[in-house]
Every structure is written in C-alpha cells, then in structure tokens.
Design a binder for this molecule. Structure first.
Ligand code: SAH
Length: 237
C-alpha cells in the first residue's frame, strides 16, 4: 500500500512472543499487515555467549535481583541497529523522561524506533551511554518489564502514521494535541437513563458547538490536569 518506506520498529526483549500481541489488532494490526510499519521482536538471549545463554548477573555492591549485562545488551543492540541506523534507541525505564504526546509525534514522524526492554532489576548503567539510549518512562509506577511499556509507546506512535487513522480525529483534535484534554463526547440515544445530550450539540450551530467544546475542554483540563502546559490560544477546540 505504501510507496514510502515503512516506519520500522525493532524491539529487543527476552520475550519476543509478546509481540505484536495487541498491536496485531485493529488500527495497528491493519497498518502492520499493509506495511505502513514493520515490527521485529529480537530475542536478547540470542546474543548471549555462554552455553546457558546467560543475559544477567547479580548486582555489583549487593542487593536483590539480577541486572542485565551491558556486554550482552551491546551485542543485541549492535545486531539490531548498526551505527548508521538513523532510528533513535530507546530504553524503557521508570527513571526515564515520562512519555508525552509531543515526543510520540516526533517519534512517529521519524524513521522508526529501536526499543530495549529491561527485565529483573534493570540494565547495567554503562550500556545507556555506550549505546546512546534515551530512557523513556510510561508513568510513575514500576512494571515487571519494558515490554508493556514498549507496546504503549508503539501503539501511540503507529496510530499517528499517515493513513492509519483515516480522517477520524486525525490526531489534531484529541487530548494533548493543543495542551487540553478532550471535550466530552456523546452519541445516540438522545436520552440515556434520564440524561439528555447537551442541546447545543444537536443544534446544528457549528460555531456554537466549537465554542462549547473549547470551554468544556478548558474546564476539564483546569480541574484535572492543571500541570499540563497552558493551551495555545486561537486554535479551534
Ligand atoms: N529496579 C528498577 C525497576 C526495574 S523494573 C527501578 O527501581 O527503577 C524492570 C524493567 O521494567 C525496567 O528495566 C524497565 O525496562 C521496565 N519498566 C518498569 N517500569 C517502567 C515504567 N514505568 N516505564 C517504562 N519501563 C518500565
């Protein structure tokens, strides 16, 4: 379908069977099937060097759990992403910069991503600088591995690729697109458990609808997410 090169995702993981997982369905799944994007899940264990295919070791200085080895990760990253690979290399990490729609937009506008998924207590610190990994968090809580975070990031990026969403939403009127949470949505029936759709939405007056949506979005954002950067003025809701 695409004449341009697909957006390429490489995921380095100890559990390649987790992919494409939910990304094989719906919008992302269709886009994967028609080569709008490509996904390769690479087994980090394939880069192990001993006969037990060891990828981790005990933390230096002591403490619980295991740490993924820098040398094994380096081999896995180099196999997936040669030095001239233009794609950013990401490391899923609770210490990372929280993922935002702005970063998602940038990533989806680029050539793709290489994502390293941690497990256990995480990765040897030295691999981060050695392979220029950008640490990205999907929220202030701890997951048991980077895979679900990678699925979150990929889903958010893929739906913005050209042609994936069609004309619906097109990503420009959604939550975060202009620093606001989305306005409330309604559909039929006209009355649900005694609650009617706001009259203005069925009035047919597009300017009034737009003004109402903008005002509702501002109210909601103020109440729930005062931390979001102030919306840009003069844009339609
Ligand atoms: N000991 C670490 C947590 C390791 S959790 C700490 O306290 O910071 C194991 C792996 O899960 C991490 O290496 C990372 O790849 C992934 N992970 C956990 N929480 C995450 C989050 N909020 N965002 C992105 N990745 C996360």
């Amino acid at each position: 379908m695409m004449d341009t090169k697909p957006w390429r995702a490489s995921v380095l993981t100890l559990f390649p069977e987790m992919f494409p997982g939910p990304l094989g369905f719906s919008l992302a799944g269709k886009a994967l099937a028609n080569d709008t994007w490509s996904l390769e899940a690479r087994d980090i264990r394939a880069s192990a060097t001993d006969k037990h295919r060891t990828v981790d070791d005990t933390p230096s200085g002591g403490g619980p759990g295991m740490v993924m080895r820098a040398d094994i990760l380096a081999r896995a990253i180099d196999a997936a992403s040669p030095t001239d690979d233009p794609r950013p290399r990401l490391l899923m990490s609770p210490r990372g910069r929280p993922l935002t729609q702005a970063r998602v937009r940038e990533l989806s506008a680029g050539p793709g991503v290489v994502i390293v998924c941690g497990r256990f207590e995480g990765v040897d610190e030295r691999i981060i600088a050695a392979r220029n990994l950008e640490e990205i968090s999907v929220g202030d809580y701890v997951l048991s591995g980077g895979e679900i975070g990678a699925l979150v990031l990929l889903d958010a990026c893929v739906r913005l690729l050209p042609g994936v969403m069609g004309h619906e939403a097109s990503g420009t009127e959604e939550s975060f697109s202009d620093g606001l949470l989305e306005y409330p949505q309604y559909t039929r029936p006209q009355e649900f458990e005694g609650v009617a759709i706001p009259d203005i939405l069925t009035s047919g007056d597009h300017a009034k609808v737009a003004a109402w949506r903008r005002a509702e979005a501002e109210k909601l954002t103020m109440a729930r997410r005062p931390d979001l950067p102030a919306p840009k003025r003069g844009k339609k809701a």
